[in-house]
Design a protein around this ligand. Structure first.
Ligand SMILES: [Zn+2]
Length: 109
């Protein structure tokens, strides 16, 4: 934090997110082969590729997902905390996979 600045309401998140030793979303997604979409759906991935700073993924349900490979992105935070609203129905992620991912299902508010 810069000197002279008072911590805002998001100071906690900022401090949490700028840590450099966090794994990138690419690494996390590759490890679990899952991805949390913008709407909070957990997709199973069939392929994942890193092109520069962009992660390009194919989900089992046939979508092409693109995301920035930034540790500070929404997806990075969701993957790191293993949050999702619900598993994608069309991906049909097996229960064992969900269990090994060990995520937490959030309630939509
Ligand atoms: Zn899906």
């Amino acid at each position: 934090m810069q000197p002279g600045l008072t911590p805002g309401p998001f100071a906690f998140w900022k401090g949490d997110d700028v840590k450099e030793d966090y794994e990138t979303p690419f690494k996390l997604a590759k490890k679990y082969m899952v991805w949390v979409s913008r709407s909070g759906l957990l997709h199973e991935l069939t392929s994942i590729e890193l092109k520069g700073r962009t992660v390009i993924m194919h989900s089992k349900c046939g979508q092409i997902l693109k995301a920035s490979n930034s540790r500070r992105s929404r997806a990075a935070r969701w993957l790191r905390h293993k949050w999702y609203y619900k598993p994608c129905k069309r991906c049909k992620i097996p229960d064992e996979r969900l269990k090994s991912f060990g995520g937490r299902m959030l309630r939509k508010v």
